[in-house]
Design a protein around this ligand. Structure first.
Ligand code: SAM
Length: 232
């Protein structure tokens, strides 16, 4: 269970109304039950229910069961598509261990807005679901040219596009360290975006195979390919 407060031995953790309702109203947990807590900073803790009301409750931290496990330094950039597919992309990027998730507006991106709060909630749920101790931050929508204007060249970029260069060739001799992945929108990248990206020494255009994948499929495939070649 995610809680937004510090976790340390003996500390009491107050629960939000919805959490108390779920744990004590729906799941019918009693005082003395031990559950797992994380806050994205202090690892995972076993905590014992010390107060169980219908609308409130609290837990006491007993013992740390996992230290904070930081994901690899991988930032995940993607062009938002339809709402449910964007949710899917964020969920999967968080599940697969992206450290930061950044929606970008490209020339052919149809959605000019995102609901950052909703996407952050999806990232949190995904981290919770897969037993992660870290929750990736979902950033506001940013315009691709601005992102590239401010790029820190020590971060390499795996730019997924139709190209003949496979991952082994593109990533084989590039160092580990800070990395990013970029996935385009349903309409792909424009020629000027491609040209600009190709000029950047830090950008490596990578094919995910001969088929044109939907952006949400490409997102999962790209992280898998990156992990295979450069992940820990
Ligand atoms: N017709 C579009 C185009 O011209 O690129 C197809 C876009 S595809 C539906 C959406 C995004 O997924 C692409 O911009 C790319 O980032 C990624 N993608 C899909 N299939 C890919 C592949 N085989 N190799 C590399 N990237 C791919």
């Amino acid at each position: 269970l995610f809680v937004d407060c510090p976790l340390a031995e003996g500390l009491d953790v107050p629960l939000a109304k919805e959490q108390a309702h779920y744990l004590f109203g729906v799941m019918r947990l009693d005082v003395g039950t031990v559950i797992s807590l994380f806050n994205g900073k202090d690892g995972e803790w076993d905590a014992e229910v010390v107060q169980a009301g219908k609308k409130s409750g609290s837990l006491r931290c007993v013992v740390q069961t996992k230290p904070l496990q930081m994901p690899p330094d991988l930032w995940f950039y993607f062009a938002p598509i339809k709402k449910d597919r964007t949710d899917f992309i964020v969920e999967k990027a968080a599940e697969m261990g992206a450290a930061k998730i950044i929606p970008v507006q490209t020339e052919f991106t149809n959605s000019a807005r995102i609901n950052q709060e909703r996407l952050q909630a999806h990232a949190l749920e995904a981290a919770e679901q897969c037993g992660g101790t870290f929750v990736p931050e979902v950033m506001e929508l940013q315009k691709l040219p601005k992102v590239l204007d401010h790029w820190d060249a020590s971060r390499q970029l795996m730019f997924c596009d139709e190209t003949l260069v496979g991952a082994k060739e593109a990533l084989g001799n590039v160092p580990r360290g800070p990395w990013a992945i970029l996935i385009g929108p349903e309409g792909g990248f424009s020629e000027s975006e491609r040209e600009r990206l190709k000029r950047q020494p830090y950008a490596h255009s990578v094919s995910l195979g001969p088929r044109i994948l939907r952006a949400d499929t490409a997102a999962v495939a790209a992280v898998t390919v990156w992990q295979q070649h450069l992940g820990d």
